[in-house]
Each structure stands twice: as C-alpha cells, then as structure tokens.
Design a protein. Sequence first.
Length: 512
Amino acid sequence: MANETPETNGPQEQGKTPEETASEAKAAPAGGGGNAPADPSRRAFFKRVAIGGGAALAGGGLTYAGTQAAIRGRAIDNMDAAIQTDETFKPMDQRDLIFTQALSPVISKKHPERDAQYSKLNNKKFNFHEGAKTFEHAVPFDNSKTGFTQLDKAIHHAAWYPLDLSESHSMAFAQPNTRMFPWDQSDVEKEQYEFPSKEAAAHAIKSAARVWGASRCGITRRDKRWDYDPLYDVLKGRTLSWEKDFPFEPKTVIVIAIAMDYDALATAPAWTAESTIGHGYVVMAQIASQMAKFIRGLGYHAVGAGNDLGNSVAYAVAAGLGEGGRHAQLIVPGIGPRVRLCKVYTDLEFVEYDQPHDWGIAKFCLSCGECAKACPSKALPFVEEKDSGFGFQPTYEFSDEPGYTWNNHTGVLKFHTDAKRCFNFWIENDSACGNCAAACTFNEPDYWHHWFTMGMSTVAPGFLHSLMSKMHPLFGYGETGDPHKVDKFWKTGKGMRVNPKMLNNVSTAGYT
Ligand code: SF4
Ligand code: SF4
C-alpha cells in the first residue's frame, strides 16, 4: 500500500518492546470501549500477532512481495467469470427492488401480497410504503439516549441536505433522471475530443475522478446483465425503456468508490452513522454529475447515476474495484465495505477497460460471518447455515414461503441478503443502519497487516481466515451499538486533527 508500508508504520511502534505493547493491549478493556481502533499500542500488538502468527505458519516461505500480490489481487481475464450467472438469470426489474416497493405508491398498491407475506412470516403488521413515508422523521430525538439525541438527529439530517436542496434525495431509492443526474444531453459538445490512446483516455477520466474526491475509479464495459430493466420512474409511476427513453446507447460504465469516515460509521446503527452515509451520497451526486458533465464537454453522451440505472456492486466488481461480500456490499481492498458507489454511463468507448480481480474476499466470507452476527434484523446468511450453501449460491430462499425472495436477483452466484428485513429495521431505527459494514472484518482503519495475513492464506486459509475474523472484534474493531463510539466520534474534530496519520481518511490509502 502506498502509505501503509511496514516502513511508515514502524515509527508508531518505536520506543516500546513487544512485551510492553502486548501488556498495554491486554490491560485495555475488552471491546476497547470505543477507543480501540485509534489506540496505537493495540494496533501495534495486533500487527505483531498477525506478523508473528503469519510468519510462523508460513515458515518464512512467503515474502513481502507475496503480501503485495495479495493486495493487488489476481486479474480475471474472463469478465463472465467475475460474477457467474446461471440459466435462471434475467435482468433485475427495477419495480422489484425493495426501494421501489417502499417509495412507489403505484407498486405498493399493485403488490399488497408482498406486505401481507412479510407481515405473516415476521408476525407483525408491516407495510413497506407506509413505513417509508415518514422514514427519518418518525422517531423523536431523546437526549438521554446516546446516538439518538438532538445533536445526532441534526447531523443526520444536515448530511443529506444538499440532496434535499437539489431535489435528488430519491436517487438513493434508485429514482432515475433526478436533477443531479439529468438525462438531458443538450449540452454535449458538437466536436468530439480525440484521445491519443485508450490509456490516455482512462488516465484522464481517473484523474478527474480523483481530483473531485474519488477514492477509487474503475472503467468497465456496459453489461446489460447489471442494468435494471425495465427502469422505473418512481415519482411519475411509469416504466422506462433503455431503447426508447434513455437518451443514448451506453457502451461504458465508469464506477467510482467514495470512502466513508471510519469513526462515524463505527457508531452504527446510531444516527451519527448517517453523518457519513448521507455525506457519501452527497459526494456521489457531486462527483458523478461532474464526471458526466466533463464527458459531455468532450463531445460524448454521459449520464451520472447513484443507486439508479444498474447494480453498482456488480459494475464495481467488473471494474476491478473489489469483490462482493456476505453482506452483499462491495469490499474494496484497503478500505473494506466502507464505501459508497456511483456510476457514469457513457457512449465513449475509446478507453482502456479495467479487469475484475480476485482477492480471495468471497472465499474469506465463507468462514467469517461477523456481519451476519452484527445484523439486528437477521437479514444476512450465517456461516453455520451450511446446508443452505452459506447463502453463496445463485439464489437463496430465506423462507419456505414460495416467492418470498421476489426482491432478490436470482441466477447470480453471490451472497444473497434479505433486504426486506434490513429495510424493516431501518424504519424502526428511523435511519439507515450500517452495522454490517461497520462490523466487517475488512473494515479497519489500518490495513497492511490485514493483507499480509491474507497473503499467508495460501498456507492455511481456513484457519487464518477464522483467526482474522475472531481477532477483529477482540481488538475493538467492528463492534456495533457501542455508545462509547458515539462519544468518541463527537471528539474527532478536536483541534481539527482528525486524521493526524491519515488513518481514517482512506481515500489516500492507495494500494499501488
Ligand atoms: S444495514 Fe443493518 S439491518 Fe441491514 S443488512 Fe446490514 S446490519 Fe442488517
Ligand atoms: S464481516 Fe466477514 S463475512 Fe461479512 S462481509 Fe465482512 S469479511 Fe465477509
């Protein structure tokens, strides 16, 4: 990693013997009281354990170069092999997204059986659309409840405010053609800029993404498998066709990952977590709209997108940004799942495409399962559910009830989740949750030891994966629902030295 090498970590640990460091780590309260991730002695201990354990297991056979290879991943030549589909696959109809069921009065009225089935199976009356109507405004703040006070509610709402002002909040619910992501192409320059090479085009696109705040940017071919089809204008209640309504035929999809703040997300599922979730959406809208405008200025058609138009995780995997995890989110090497994703669809095709990569993350998830343990709504498959294929299969039924997985994309080999239970918890929490991302073993502010251990995985993958997922919470990473983390978050601005070592601002933690 560019700034996470052993050399740059070394000085943090100078002046202490390994025994002193280990003793400090042991003396700290279990769970870390919310301060563990920022405690350098504990990090140092964890690193040493990882190094020592890894080195012992590897018997000196693996080198730093091997670690670097683990961080870079293995390129996959065949795009179809990155995410496999079977004969039951068909494109995802946007009307079958949980977000559409929740936001659209038309779809809600058309499918009352979905609410009825969910209510019956979960033994409570629940209506997705009714719940969504007051979402984020239903539960009054309580100043005696850390994480749910007026202070916490205020930062939650303020984080989203630019999207409210631009009438584009609905793009988080996959609404297409919002003000931030207009389909209007009247400003496409008449003259098309000609790049000297495909490589130069890719460099220019990624340079623009970087300067506007992207943590990662990848470029892939448009793949109709990952587009919602038909599209659905939730606000107008009508289906949209790619051929008849979308303003051009896309050839390329640029995918951008935006890192969220470690300390804010660590407070999940408290309302303070929304300070970075909402802000992530604002940056998505900002960068993707700037990128689309940039490409239109070069004489090519372009439309920015947030959660709309297509499956961002699938496109991000194809663009080589990471792998899908058990929690169905993208896990980005060096950042983890702590990212938001946006896309730009364009007809510019004279560009160098990225390849998907294999980092062994999905394999890791088979024996981890920390996210499933942290999920308050049991929306994620547990590791123990071996008879059900760990949830990693082309389809995954969360119940014996026929049709229960109406909102899942069948025919895709991945971890399937129950977004209905997830969304139900959001309504009860009056806020998005984020526990699964915060608890993820890959969600750490300091990474190189993690990838060192992953590099050792060829020696004893099952054992090391299991060890890594068990040690993660032991060192205070990943615990959720911890009020101490809310207190810690509200002190991260002290002196504005939020990231003196840039540990949390992972946008700079590149892996080159
Ligand atoms: S966001 Fe929360 S409720 Fe939803 S899947 Fe993740 S942990 Fe579960
Ligand atoms: S917590 Fe573990 S199982 Fe869940 S996504 Fe992260 S690595 Fe995979």
